[in-house]
Design a protein around this ligand. Structure first.
Ligand SMILES: Cc1cc2nc3c(=O)[nH]c(=O)nc-3n(C[C@H](O)[C@H](O)[C@H](O)COP(=O)(O)OP(=O)(O)OC[C@H]3O[C@@H](n4cnc5c(N)ncnc54)[C@H](O)[C@@H]3O)c2cc1C
Length: 355
């Protein structure tokens, strides 16, 4: 039996794994993916997250690759309006954050077990049994569900995920090359009708993270993300005929989802990160909140494993983190509304979400 089974090797699960391994706790980390991804996804690390990574010994590769001097270049209806330096912590791709944490975890003697999917949970006073998709059973004293917004852990425990979710995507996303486009600034093109396209140069790569209002067909139906659609959106908003987007390595779409779990603990099982709360990306708080959840859960589990764990110790985690999740949900929803409003004004952009 291991001390803690961590389900999910995103930023939350890996932070928790490093934290516990450093404290000498026996951990196993499973992930349903066959292998690590290379998607830029969450790309803003706040100083408080960097501080956690410093303590874990995982910050150095991120600081040496990431960009802490980000400038937003705003265009309106195709014309360059202004450049705005922002203080958004460290800009770095999520896959690089996960890689740095995985490398640190490997130094501590733990490797992610890929292709292992949680399918069932049973628990009693002594521990938890996790059944995997291939019917293997892993026994642990505690289980941490860090398995993202569609969390199997949360669903298996029957914990409600309350809030609202929009039916249609608000944004298409991807990682693309854009030869000839300056990599010194984060380009943000907006138009008077509130639509736009953003291309952010991702440090340590030759790609940009693209975010755009989805394209519609002649019946008003939203088109799925594709290189062809990205190029048409770019041509319409950026009006730079010489730039051809190329080599997409990630294509996705994003819906506004403002939801949180009603509790973060059920007996010996805990939820952390997106498994417990999902919200708009304005202000870049999703991954950062998960990293702080992981730091708090690491302290709780270490205390529980170090002595007789009273209910008070185990409930301390959700007593601390549930109110934070509720506040972040409300805060990011407000930030998202501010960004939608701001981008209709020439010279304004996503910095409205940082105010
Ligand atoms: C375009 C974009 C920009 C963003 N920008 C920011 C930003 O600037 N700052 C920020 O803080 N956040 C940002 N976010 C949000 C951020 O990406 C998420 O909040 C973050 O990924 C959550 O991390 P997590 O570890 O909790 O979950 P995830 O990253 O979703 O990881 C969950 C892991 O669990 C695994 N898993 C799922 N189910 C199972 C199962 N049954 N068994 C085993 N494994 C399983 C998955 O394979 C996955 O690896 C952004 C997101 C997007 C899309």
């Amino acid at each position: 039996m291991t001390d803690v089974l961590i389900v999910g090797s995103g930023p939350t699960g890996l932070t928790l794994a490093c934290d516990l391994a450093l404290r000498g706790v026996a951990v196993r980390v499973i992930d349903q993916r066959p292998a690590p991804h290379r998607e830029s996804r969450g790309k803003g690390l706040q100083p408080s997250s960097l501080e956690v990574f410093r303590e874990l010994g995982a910050a150095e590769p991120l600081i040496s690759t990431g960009n802490s001097k980000v400038v937003l270049r705003k265009y309106f209806d195709g014309a360059h309006v202004n450049d705005t330096p922002i203080d958004a912590g460290l800009l770095i791709g999520q896959w690089q954050i996960e890689e740095a944490l995985r490398d640190r975890l490997a130094e501590l003697g733990v490797r992610v077990e890929w292709g292992s999917s949680l399918a069932g949970i049973t628990q009693d006073a002594a521990g938890v049994s996790a059944e995997l998709g291939d019917s293997t059973v892993i026994g642990a004293r505690y289980l941490a569900g860090c398995d993202g917004g569609h969390s199997a852990t949360r669903k298996l425990l029957g914990i409600p995920f309350e809030g609202s979710a929009e039916a249609e995507p608000a944004m298409v996303l991807g990682d693309v090359k854009a030869p000839g486009l300056s990599r010194d600034v984060w380009h943000q093109w907006f138009t008077s009708e509130g639509a736009g396209i953003l291309l952010c140069p991702m440090p340590g790569t030759d790609t940009f993270q693209l975010q755009a209002s989805p394209e519609q067909d002649e019946h008003g139906e939203l088109l799925p993300p594709s290189l062809e659609s990205f190029q048409r959106l770019f041509d319409r908003h950026a009006r730079m005929p010489g730039i051809r987007l190329a080599d997409p390595t990630w294509l996705s779409s994003w819906r506004v989802n403002v939801r949180m779990a009603t509790r973060m603990r059920e007996g010996r099982v805990f939820l952390a990160g997106d498994a417990a709360h999902v919200h708009p990306i304005a202000g870049g708080l999703g991954m950062n909140t998960g990293i702080q959840d992981a730091a708090a859960l690491g302290r709780t589990l270490a205390a529980a494993l170090g002595g007789p764990a009273g209910e008070e110790v185990l409930d301390g985690y959700q007593a601390q983190r549930l109110p934070v999740a509720a506040e972040v949900l409300a805060d990011t929803a407000r930030r998202y509304e501010r960004v939608l409003e701001a981008v209709r004004t020439p010279g304004r952009g996503t910095e409205a979400g940082l105010d």
